[in-house]
Structures are given as structure tokens and as C-alpha cells.
Design a protein around this ligand. Structure first.
Ligand SMILES: [Ca+2]
Ligand SMILES: [Ca+2]
Ligand SMILES: [Ca+2]
Length: 78
């Protein structure tokens, strides 16, 4: 969903572009989801991310779910 150039990894720039987040917000998100710390979110990390966003487990992430989760991430600072 965030992989704009199709290389199966999501860079910080892609998240900023796609989600309209600031760099500071993206860094906060990456701290949580970049599990192996290489500065990119790859497909397995992305699946993990997706399952966290999909709060009601219906296989898609609504704007409401996205906003809710983004808020949680920012308020916990993780
Ligand atoms: Ca990419
Ligand atoms: Ca990674
Ligand atoms: Ca959902």
C-alpha cells in the first residue's frame, strides 16, 4: 500500500508521500515497525504493520483505523 516504486520495501520517503506525515511522525512510525532497524520496512514488516492497523480484522485498513492507530503510536511514543 505504501510501496510507491514497487521494490517491496517501504522507505521513509514513501510513507511521507503516501500517508502525508511529517518526517518526525514517520520516524516515530519507523521506530515501531522497522523491526530489524535497517531504515526500511520490508514486506514481512509491512504485514506486521498492516495487522496492527487493521483493528477489526476485516482485511482492510479504513481511514478510521488508520487514524486511531496513528494516534496510539504517537501517544505511546513507540
Ligand atoms: Ca519502495
Ligand atoms: Ca527493516
Ligand atoms: Ca479493518
Amino acid at each position: 500500500m505504501y510501496d510507491l516504486d514497487g521494490n517491496s520495501e517501504v522507505s521513509q520517503a514513501e510513507v511521507m508521500t503516501k500517508a502525508g506525515l511529517t518526517q518526525a511522525q514517520v520516524l516515530g512510525v519507523f521506530k515501531v515497525y522497522d523491526i530489524n532497524g535497517d531504515g526500511r520496512v520490508d514486506m514481512s514488516e509491512l504485514r506486521n504493520l498492516f495487522s496492527k492497523f487493521d483493528i477489526n480484522g476485516d482485511g482492510s485498513v479504513s481511514q478510521t483505523e488508520y487514524n486511531q492507530h496513528a494516534k496510539d503510536v504517537q501517544s505511546t511514543g513507540k
